[in-house]
Design a protein around this ligand. Structure first.
Ligand code: KG4
Ligand code: ZN
Length: 346
């Protein structure tokens, strides 16, 4: 069975084809709109949806060409329907419906977060490898930060979530405070490496009362801001950094922030492993899972706890069509199809 996966939930147009006979992706195309949003310091929904419309056809054409097939060879169309930006989601869904209707192909709506959760099954070469069930997944991106107990394909329970911002959002907002563009995560990682991953500023960590799995990052952003104001490096009235903000200070802030977020993740993982000792492995997915320092910290923690640690390959951490095609493949094998009334749920 050949499954076409379409992902257009935010600012990436991802298209992939997964072959269930080979257990492998046979095409994977991705267009990122990062350059179009960079100067606004974040994703502009209107720009995002128009760009999706612009790119969906060329990306699908490229994926089919690389797979050496045409649209008629596709057996199932899988598409992200939730969560995301309404205008962006509509582009992928309408395109998927047009293919399903025009060529009489079955349609499967996919939850984007389920895509991220199961992206740990994908290997760098596009093949898939089993991750033992049950396992704990920490999925962290610009819009979401959550922990899940994953029991089987499509069977997972949310065991902890952020009560405010996502961790990626904290990286993006703090990078903006430091005077950098969007997305902030990669820049924070680069600066933190220059700062040698030392905890200079000792920002407050969220407390896991009664070992409850719990994330909150908006207070961290405020703590960074007030600390910079106290050091005379940020002007509240102007809303910009001032001259005192040296490259060294930027590195110290980034380094302290990354260590703080790693501590928060590690502590939540400790709570999760205490509550769910049956977990056979720990996975790390989502755009923030590209971060090598965070991967290293979580991997070392899992080694100490004798748990397998699997991070999704960097190219499948951010939004992509591959994870949607993969989830689409097991949903199709389970017969979980949708009809042409399928709608989005932003
Ligand atoms: O999964 P993703 O591509 O989109 C969402 O679903 O949100 O994640 C994007 C997020 C952004 O907040 C970005 O700053 C963050 O992932 N990110 C990183 C790194 N690369 C991307 N955060 C920390 N370190 C990185 N290397
Ligand atoms: Zn995502």
């Amino acid at each position: 069975m050949l499954v076409l996966g379409i992902e257009t939930s935010c600012d990436e147009t991802g298209v992939a084809v997964y072959d269930t006979a080979l257990n492998k992706l046979i095409a994977h195309e991705l267009f990122s709109q990062v350059k179009e949003h960079e100067r606004y310091g974040g994703v502009v929904p209107e720009i995002a949806s128009r760009s999706q419309l612009d790119k969906i056809y060329p990306m699908i054409t490229a994926a089919l060409m690389h797979a050496g097939i045409n649209l008629n060879d596709i057996d199932v169309v899988a598409v992200t329907t939730t969560p995301g930006l309404a205008g962006s989601l509509f582009v992928g869904l309408c395109y998927a419906k047009a293919i399903a209707w025009g060529l009489h192909k079955p349609l499967v709506g996919i939850n984007h977060l389920e895509g991220h959760i199961f992206s740990s099954f994908l290997q760098v070469d596009g093949s898939s490898a089993a991750v033992p069930f049950p396992h704990i997944c920490l999925s962290v991106s610009g819009g979401h930060t959550g922990m899940y107990l994953v029991e089987d394909f499509g069977v997972y329970h949310r065991i902890g979530y952020t009560i405010d911002d996502a961790a990626g959002e904290a990286f993006d907002k703090i990078a903006k405070i430091l005077g950098f563009g969007y997305p902030g995560g990669p820049m924070i990682e680069q600066l933190a490496a220059a700062g040698k991953f030392i905890d200079y500023c000792k920002y407050p960590r969220t407390k896991n009362l009664n070992d409850e799995i719990f994330f909150s990052f908006s207070g961290l952003k405020t703590a960074v801001l007030y600390d910079l104001v106290k050091r005379g490096a940020y002007d509240f009235k102007l809303g910009t950094i001032v001259q005192v903000m040296t490259p060294e200070l930027q590195q110290q802030v980034a380094s302290s922030l990354l260590v703080c977020i790693a501590d928060i993740f590690e502590n939540n993982l400790r709570c999760a492993l205490k509550k769910y000792p049956q977990a056979q492995a720990v996975t790390f997915t989502g755009g923030v899972a590209c971060n090598k320092y965070l991967r290293g910290r979580l991997e070392r923690y899992c080694q100490r706890r004798n748990k397998n640690f699997i991070a999704a390959p960097a190219k499948f951490c951010g939004d992509n069509g591959a994870m949607i095609a993969f989830v689409g493949a097991y949903k199709a094998q389970q017969g979980a199809f949708d009809n042409l009334y399928l709608d989005i749920a932003p």
